[in-house]
Design a protein around this ligand. Structure first.
Ligand code: AMP
Ligand code: GLY
Length: 427
């Protein structure tokens, strides 16, 4: 089979490595891929947002199955375009991807179907938004841009002044463009965060192993929000009891709600959850695998990924096995110093073969090959994943492997998994 994988980060590298385990997979085309992916797939130099060029490409080449990994082409409707061309595709249609594409949509969906989430109001002009914040007068308060914002559209304000700045930056200065036409202002929730990715064909929903992302740039959860600086799985806060509750109160109701709205969701649905004192609540939905969550969840997957993806497409997910290893995983992100703000690119990366020889898995994100040398080309550069029977060993192995890797201005957090380990030790 010839498979097309759209996207070019660590998540896509993890998807491609997993797809390679299926003996029927002959060629993988990564669009656009990255330096590391070029060792296991053919790179297609087209932007994931250039839908017309992608459709031209698939018209001229034989593609048996497509996997769309990033949010923006899904929200733009790439799945719909590929399906129109008769190409079996893993990833939700535009109508379903709105669950991530519009926070206004997802909040209204949760309210309508009684899915637990933070209390909120929606505003389409800054004056009303600020009046509401003044009336509420409860801080911290959370201001979210309605549309996609590269994971940066959520601003948590500690006081009125900060909240006014947040509304101004999103709605007036349009820091995230048209994504800021409307905002959701919501209650600040507290508790441990859990990511649960789930395969769903709109009839059946199968949660994968839970994980814990570390979104802030610096140790101790300080610094700016990033796409994710490291992740562990399984998440020790996510007990069997909580998992059962989430399945009943959140996962199944979400699938039913989407069906009821005539927006059946097929693909990977990402539940960003907060375990509050009142019970688990949804912080956000994403219409795709998380990055770096995929870099711990997929290597723990024992079953065949392509079989599952095909079953999702054919709406027979209930017929396939989705089994995970009874092990733990830790993925550390090596980032360019300065990320998520400004950073320099083009630095030579060394030590990868030493890191690999420890048994760790290396997923490339912002890397490219220039004159036969691997150099940095993005904010998040590499993910280093270790799989071990215990979380403690997975974390220490990942750090050992990371210490072998070098590039100028390299930055990684030194405390990934620390909080989770205190819970594991308490248990
Ligand atoms: P999101 O992009 O919606 O996942 O938000 C990014 C991060 O902001 C989340 O992972 C949370 O840590 C935090 N966050 C979002 N909404 C809330 C909320 N209502 N209360 C507290 N923290 C939140
Ligand atoms: N790691 C967070 C995300 O993929 O949205």
């Amino acid at each position: 089979m010839n498979i097309l994988v759209v996207g070019g980060g660590g998540r896509e590298h993890a998807i491609i490595k997993k797809l390679r385990e299926n003996p029927n997979v002959k060629n993988i085309y990564a669009l656009p891929g990255n330096g590391g992916i070029s060792y296991e797939a053919t790179l297609i130099n087209i932007s994931p947002l250039d839908l017309d060029s992608i459709i031209n490409y698939v018209s001229e080449n034989t593609i048996d199955f497509a996997v769309i990994a990033p949010d923006d082409p899904l929200v733009l409707g790439l799945t719909d375009r590929l399906l129109e061309k008769g190409i079996p595709t893993f990833g939700p249609t535009k109508k379903a991807a709105i669950i991530e594409g519009s926070k206004v949509f997802s909040k209204q969906l949760m309210k309508k179907y009684n899915i637990p989430t933070a209390d909120y109001e929606i505003f389409d002009n800054p004056k009303d938004a600020i009046n509401y914040i003044k009336e509420k007068n409860r801080f911290p308060i959370v201001v979210k841009a309605d549309g996609l914002a590269l994971g940066k559209g959520v601003l948590i304000s500690q006081n009125l002044e900060e909240a006014q700045e947040a509304v101004n930056s999103i709605m007036v200065e349009r820091a995230f463009g048209d994504s800021g036409k409307r905002v959701v202002i919501e209650e600040f929730l507290q508790g441990p965060e859990v990511t649960v990715l789930a395969f769903t064909d709109s009839k059946t929903i199968v949660p994968m192993v839970s994980s814990m992302d570390h979104k802030r740039a610096l140790d101790g959860d300080l610094g700016l929000n990033t796409g994710g600086m490291g992740v562990i799985a399984p998440n020790p806060y996510y007990t069997d009891d909580i998992a059962r509750r989430c399945q009943e109160e959140i996962f199944i109701p979400t699938i039913n709600a989407m069906n009821n709205e005539d927006r059946p969701f097929k693909g990977c649905l990402y539940f960003g959850l907060m375990l509050t004192e009142e019970g688990p609540k949804v912080i956000e939905y994403n219409c795709r695998f998380g990055d770096p969550e995929a870099q711990v969840v997929l290597p723990l997957l024992e079953s065949d990924l392509l079989d599952i993806m095909q079953a999702v497409y054919e709406e027979r997910l209930n017929e396939v096995e989705v089994k995970f290893k009874d092990s733990a995983a830790c993925c550390l992100i090596a980032a360019s110093g300065g990320y998520p703000k400004d950073y320099k690119k083009g630095y030579k990366i060394t030590g990868l073969s030493d890191a690999i020889s420890t048994g760790a898995l290396i997923y490339h994100a912002g890397t490219k090959i220039v004159d036969n040398e691997l150099v940095t080309s993005g904010g998040r550069v590499l993910g280093v994943t270790a799989i071990k029977p215990t979380l403690e060993d997975a974390v220490s192995h990942a750090y050992k492997a990371m210490e072998k890797i070098h590039f100028e201005n390299m930055h990684y957090r030194k405390d990934i998994g620390k909080r989770a380990l205190t819970v594991v030790r308490r248990k």
